[in-house]
Design a protein around this ligand. Sequence first.
Ligand code: CP
Length: 318
Amino acid sequence: MLSVKNIIDTENLTVADVNLIMENTATFSEVLSRDFKKVPALRGKTVLNMFFESSTRTKNSFEIAAKRLGADTVNFSASGSSLNKGESIIDTVKTLQSMIVDLAIIRHSDSGAINYISSKINIPVINAGDGKHQHPTQALLDLFTIGESFAEFKNLKVAIVGDILNSRVARSNICLFKKMGMDVTLVSAPMLMPVNMDCFNVKIASCIDDVIEETDVLYMLRMQFERQEKKYYPSIREYNSFFSLDKKRFMKMKEKSIIMHPGPVNRGIEISEEVMENEDEFIERIKINRQVTNGLAVRMALIYLLLASDQLEKEYVH
Ligand code: CP
């Protein structure tokens, strides 16, 4: 059993929770490799997807994950809903809860919105990303992906590069990676770093070249243009010279190191066109598509752990 009813952030997950999620993810990853990729463990349950902000990976993978578990899914769309008539988000969520759904998966552009909504309803909630705050399922799928490449997490050198200031992925990952004993360095320019850096208790570097040769996991963050209230960097060219991954830098990395990115990639900004074009050739090293695949298994694990009973587990999964 998880120690939490909702998955709002990575901070409130214990190491035992994380290990349980990783074990269940491995089980569902195996299920997804079968010819018949479904386990009807959640037949009769209904999962509500509410995305108030754009998404390709998270939204679709939650929907597929719920369906692979045999649950029904409802996709709430803000456009065309009674939000347009002035209904509040809380009343909207409560209305849908009254249609007897079992779990709500919510993305919202305001930091803290999911925590607030979860306090007003009585079904479990999974945060699918809230503003600059947290994206816990991204962090968990990232952790699982790292675990496929390395024997243990402890002391792995991870460099998280780019727009730390506006990134919920950075906040979720820093917390989870440190919890699992990794050695985290943030690489960015002062204007793309939060002011309260001390609270992260991590190392800081100001150029990707300072860490590229020693890093085991190079985690490239997306430039969050939609959350940038002003221009934080003089030019893309300037950004490229300090923070982007190009072929020359890639060739300097350790043979067993891996490259990650939460997607969507801004080609030519975080990662060069040339590296992205060779993604398939370096499939053992560039994990961007593998992260997406693992997202499905991790989300199956989370929905399952929040909704399934022990009896169902015995019957269908093992
Ligand atoms: N990584 C991620 O959250 O991608 P989407 O915005 O496409 O869901």
